[in-house]
Ligand binder design. Structure first.
Ligand code: NAD
Length: 464
């Protein structure tokens, strides 16, 4: 059921939800209409002043109860997540555990009033007030974590929330909404499911103060256009095409598995996955061979099956895209591992390593979001930095070397919101996360991210 104004609501139309491991429909969920969206926005608007007027400690308490619910039902929620998303059960458990951690982090975070001047003339304070109704629009790769790490900070500051998950992965957040229905006052937390047709309506709605969006760069641009007429606040976390620069001094035996994991986690469907590897010529052959060996040994299958390391792609469209990239890989490079779909039902692709490929190939220049990794050879590190920075993406990136000072110097020259040294794909609720260039606008997590759910409000008192 949808959650609108504290009630679990059904709808006339329903959406089919497909298990990506079988490619067949396993359940249906209600599909919200524009009237449902209007009801949710109206309820959130009515509820907001009273929610913001509660003591901060009371909102913290609600968020802690919310985290308790996620923890209490973790096993059931993780299994539900595998069925709709496809990821291996261990990764689903990790996503649910992280969700609890993020909610708890925002339940206790402090955003004190900042006194910027206090002298004989003036006392000037900077407060952070709620914005009003916030809409969260989220993707299908981490449907629970990405949704709830937007809800928690927004609610803490006294905003009310409408969550619109991706139409292909709404089930687990609907379950959480049903479990959490009575924690918050009615109208404070609402969940709508659409068929990719309500996001634009919500983005343009006059009674919505802010959109917090995670998804593709193309959709982010549409949201920005839709939000322009009402000058809504926006946080856009968009696509990435992270480069990993591997210098010639690395120990292949100790880095190969880490590089593989940063590229193939969640079947490559991670915004901050390593999506292009630039490897120095002196270790190129050895690294390609080591990655191919790991790929060949990887168990691909149903996320609920024992031993599965990589599950299916999440949906049919992504599966089609992956097959397109397999054709590009064969045409523009040399496939040294994988290269095929599984001969079974479901959206399975073997982890694929592609060598002897160069920039300019679609597999390198476009975010593939699939388990297909191009390895590009470089001779001079300046060349690798230039290529890594050449695209319009700027989400993450990494530099790998035995010489940390050297890697650090290169890291500082990379045009990305986050650059890791000797690791990749690491994040946490206390670390600001921001996309550079067309990978996003604004920040999530930490106090910086929290502030994005607020209106800066200065109070300036004349003392004379
Ligand atoms: P998507 O942009 O297709 O969809 C994301 C959400 O937007 C869905 O809920 C969808 O229903 C909604 N939507 C679709 N059309 C809309 C419109 N016109 N207006 C408003 N909302 C609309 O993205 P996806 O395919 O679900 O997710 C994959 C993409 O997300 C990748 O590009 C990935 O890199 C990116 N992503 C980024 C981050 C990050 O933090 N930067 C994290 C995860 C995923």
């Amino acid at each position: 059921k949808l959650l609108i104004d504290g009630q679990l609501v059904d709808s006339e139309q329903r959406l089919d939800i497909i298990d990506p491991a079988s490619g067949t429909v396993y359940t249906t969920v209600p599909r919200a209409s524009k009237a449902d969206a209007d009801n949710a926005i109206a309820a959130a608007r009515i509820a907001q002043p009273a929610w913001a007027a509660l003591k901060l400690a009371e909102r913290r308490e609600c968020l802690n109860l919310f985290a308790d619910i996620v923890k209490e039902h973790a096993d059931e929620l993780a299994r539900s997540l595998v069925q709709e998303q496809g990821k291996p059960l261990a990764e689903a458990r990790m996503e649910i555990a992280f969700t609890e951690i993020f909610i708890r982090h925002f339940a206790q975070i402090e955003l004190p009033v900042d006194v910027v001047q206090d002298d004989d003339d003036f006392r000037i304070e900077v407060h952070h007030k709620a914005l009003g109704v916030v809409v969260g629009i989220t993707p299908w790769n981490f449907p629970v974590l990405i949704s709830l790490f937007k809800v928690a900070p927004a609610l803490l500051l006294g905003n009310t929330f409408i969550l619109k998950p991706s139409p292909t992965t709404p089930v687990t957040v609907l379950k959480i909404a049903a479990l959490a229905k009575d924690i918050f006052p009615r109208g404070v937390f609402n969940v709508l499911v659409d068929a990719n047709d309500l996001g634009a309506y919500l983005s343009a709605h006059a009674d919505v103060a802010k959109i917090s969006f995670t998804g593709s760069t193309a959709t982010g641009k549409k949201i920005m256009q839709g939000a322009a007429s009402t000058l809504k606040r926006l946080t856009l976390e968009l696509g990435g095409n992270d480069a990993g620069i591997i210098l010639g001094d690395v120990d292949i035996a100790s880095v190969a598995q880490k590089i593989f994991d940063s590229a193939f986690f969640n079947c490559g469907q991670v915004c901050i996955a390593m999506k292009r590897v630039y490897a120095h010529a002196s270790i190129y052959d050895e690294l390609c061979a080591a990655l191919a060996k790991i790929a060949d040994a990887t168990q691909v299958g149903n996320g609920l099956a024992e031993g599965t390391q990589i599950g299916p792609l999440q949906n049919a469209m992504q599966f089609e895209k992956a097959q397109h990239f397999l054709r590009i890989a064969a045409q523009d490079g040399k496939i040294v591992a994988g290269g095929a779909v599984l001969d079974s039902a479901g959206y399975f692709v073997r982890p694929t390593i592609v060598r002897d490929i160069a920039d300019g190939s679609e597999l390198v220049d476009v975010e593939q979001f699939a388990p297909i990794l191009p390895i590009i050879k470089f001779h001079d590190v300046e060349e690798a930095i230039t290529r890594a920075n050449a695209l319009s993406y700027g989400l993450g990136g990494s530099v790998w070397s035995a010489d940390i000072d050297k890697a650090y110097t290169i890291a500082r020259r990379m045009e990305s919101g986050t650059v890791w040294v000797n690791h990749h794909l690491h994040f946490g609720p206390h670390i600001p996360f921001a996309g550079a260039k067309e990978s996003g606008i604004g920040v999530e997590f930490s106090v910086e991210g929290l502030k994005e759910f607020s209106q800066t409000a200065v109070i300036s008192i004349a003392k004379k």
